[in-house]
Each structure stands twice: as C-alpha cells, then as structure tokens.
Ligand binder design. Structure first.
Ligand SMILES: Nc1ncnc2c1ncn2[C@@H]1O[C@H](COP(=O)(O)OP(=O)(O)OP(=O)(O)O)[C@@H](O)[C@H]1O
Length: 363
C-alpha cells in the first residue's frame, strides 16, 4: 500500500492543501497545534469513513465552511486508486472510489492503515470497549462481512434494550425475533474474533520476544465474563444464555450476554498484564500488538498497510522506539507526526529514510 498524494479542502485547519508523497516514510514536523495530527486524521477518515478523535462530522469541517473534502491517491497491489470523501455538517457523507459512490461499509477495507496513537498505550489498562473496538476494526479492515454483521448485531441489541425498557413492569417482553438475530450474530462475531486472535497469537508472541530479547512471552485471550467454561461460540448456546439472563436484563434494561460484553486479555504466561503488568510491560505488549496487526493485515490483504504514528514516538523509550523504527524500515510506508524533525536521526541514522515534511498553517 502506498499513499501518493493527499488533498484536503476545508478539513480542520486546512483551507486547501495538497501533499505529494514518495515511497518512503514521511515525518510530519512542526510546532504544536499546527495541524500535523489533522493530516493523519484525514487518512484515517479515508480508511473507515469516520474519525478516531470525534464522532461529530461537523468538527472535521473548517470553522465557517459548509463542507470538507479529502482526496487520496494511492496504490493497492500496484493498482492506482482514488478515494474522494465529501463531508457535510448535516446530511450524508459522499464517499467515492475512482468516482463510484460507496457506502461507509463498502469503504472499509479499501485503504488499509494501522493507527498508533498515545491513547493506544492505555489499551491494556483501558476500558473493555477500547479493546473490543480494536479487535472489531482490525477484522473489519479485512472482512466487509464482519463489519456488516457487527452493524446488524448492534442494531438488534439496541432494539432488544429498547423493548426491555418499553415493557418494564409488564408480564412478558416480545424478544423472540431479536434474541434470534442476536444469537445468530453473536455466534458469527465470536467465531471470527477467535479466529483472528488465533492468528494474532502466532505473531504477537514472536514480536514480544523480539522486543524483550526473548525474555517475555505474550498471549491474547478471549474473555467472556458470562461464561466460566471456555468460549461460547454457538447460536443455541447464546439463545440459552439470553433466556437465562432475561430476569437480570429486565431488571437492568440492558442485555448482559454477548460479544458486546466480551474482552481481550493480555497474558505473559499466567500473569494477567491488565492487573499485574508494569507500565513497561504494557507498553511493550501494545507495541507487539500493533506490529502484529501490521503482519495480520499483510497476511490477509497481501501487502502491508500504511502506518500512522501519531505523537507516539515521544511516548516510547529509546529502545522501544528503535525497535519500532527498525521493524518498519523499508517495509511499511509510515506517517509520523513529531514536533522535532530531528527526533529520529540520532536514533538510527541509516535506518529510516524518511521524507521530512514541514507542516505549516495555510492561511
Ligand atoms: N474544524 C476546525 N476548523 C479550523 N481549525 C481547526 C478545526 N479543528 C481543529 N482546528 C485547529 O487545528 C489545530 C490542531 O491541529 P492538530 O491537532 O493537527 O495539531 P498538531 O500539529 O498535531 O499539534 P500537537 O503537536 O500539539 O499534537 C488547532 O490549531 C485547532 O484550532
């Protein structure tokens, strides 16, 4: 995957700006608040159709403007492609691939990127929701069906929770249709998640050993807080769990079983890093996870995705930083934001041949 150019029109602080990129990695440097992250954000929006920093489309549109545009030219397996996105404060996003309209769902998987930002360093200690989002987005980038099934599941879940409220105090709730849909969706989603965790586990242990000089192993575990014995993966088992949890769900107006409650555990041998990992172990584990994600997407798609490193290098110590840069060198076209253009040079002079792009405001 190679990004050749990016054009932003009324996106965040850019009125109209185009960048052309060579095959090498790109260091975007400039003072705080100049608009470096905004550039990575635009590439991310072209990956999944929405931002990782806001849920409001209006935030992405330059103050005072009615709409914003993002145009990207890239090659995927040597085939030139062009994504155009028009964002309006109100109304639908207009997404096009080579001029043909796409839905947000169809867009996902077109341009593959891995984002690594400071919030990711909290992934292990953070909320289960953050870890579910990680696994969902990772699979969605390589499977359009997964993203579709996830949307259907979430819709059914909302409907079930709505009925639990609507029928509060009544003798029964008409949940049959939604329970059927939820159980079908849950079985599909959990199986896909387990499959991808299995693949990630082959990679993550190798990565972690490499980063710790062979000292520490690392495994991901799929956790279902409502199941004491092994993962629940079958539709009938989910149907039964939904029925069993009904009294509790009715009391709380929410559905307590299913993949929307599941989590990802990080284990070094028997040690749960979520509870007992040092900050250093957790950071290395996240870095291993991100590197595994690059390899995972490569194995599914056939080439490395783009890597977006947003302000993350300054958060990593010298050794982890060097390890990351060594891994991506000559493999992955990487976009790095930093306030210091010399940030990388002292580390590994010949390792990272990057283009340095000074970011300036355009008004
Ligand atoms: N919708 C918008 N319209 C105009 N300007 C905006 C909009 N949203 C954000 N900005 C501006 O964008 C700038 C922030 O950009 P960005 O987050 O990319 O900075 P940065 O260069 O990454 O900074 P840092 O080094 O501090 O992370 C701020 O000046 C902010 O006022």
């Amino acid at each position: 995957m190679r990004l050749h150019s990016l054009q932003l029109i009324n996106f965040r602080n850019y009125k109209e700006r185009t960048w052309e990129f060579g095959p090498d990695s790109v260091v975007l440097y400039g003072p705080n608040g100049i608009g470096k992250t905004n550039i990575l954000e635009a590439v991310y929006v072209a990956t999944v159709g929405r931002s990782y920093r806001t849920t409001e489309t209006a935030d992405l549109i330059r103050f005072g403007a009615e709409e914003a545009g993002i145009i990207l030219q890239f090659t995927k397996k040597d085939t030139p492609q062009k994504i155009t996105i028009r964002l309006a404060a109100k109304g639908r996003k207009d997404i096009r691939l080579n001029g043909n309209a796409l839905s947000q769902r169809e867009l996902i998987g077109t341009l593959n990127t891995v984002l690594f930002c400071p919030e990711d360093l909290q992934l292990i200690k953070g909320s289960p929701q953050q870890r579910r989002r990680f696994i969902d987005m990772e699979i969605s980038q390589t499977s359009a069906t997964y993203y579709h099934q996830l949307s259907l599941y979430n819709r059914a879940l909302q409907q079930r929770n709505r009925l639990l409220k609507e029928y509060a105090g009544q003798r029964s709730v008409p949940l049959l249709e939604w329970d059927e849909q939820l159980a079908t969706g849950a079985a599909y989603l959990v199986k896909k998640r387990l499959e991808s965790i299995k693949k990630l586990n082959l990679l993550i242990d190798l990565m972690n050993r490499r980063l710790t000089g062979g000292k520490e192993n690392l495994q991901l575990r799929y956790e279902q807080p409502y199941s004491a014995q092994g993962p629940v993966t079958e539709k009938d088992a989910f149907l039964q769990l939904l029925q069993e949890s009904l009294p509790r769900d009715r009391a709380r107006f929410t559905t307590s079983v299913g993949p929307h409650r599941d989590d990802l555990g990080f284990f070094a041998g028997p040690v749960d890093l979520k509870k007992y990992g040092s900050q250093g172990q957790q950071r290395t584990a996240v870095l291993s996870l991100k590197l595994s994600e690059l390899e995972f997407i490569k194995s599914e798609v056939g080439e490395y995705p783009l890597l977006l490193l947003d302000d993350v290098l300054s958060e990593l110590d010298k050794e982890r930083r060097a390890n990351l840069l060594q891994f991506i060198h000559n493999r992955v076209q990487t976009f790095i934001t930093t306030t210091d253009s010399e940030d990388m040079t002292g580390l590994s002079p010949a390792m990272l041949i990057a283009c340095r792009e000074e970011v300036t405001a355009d008004d």
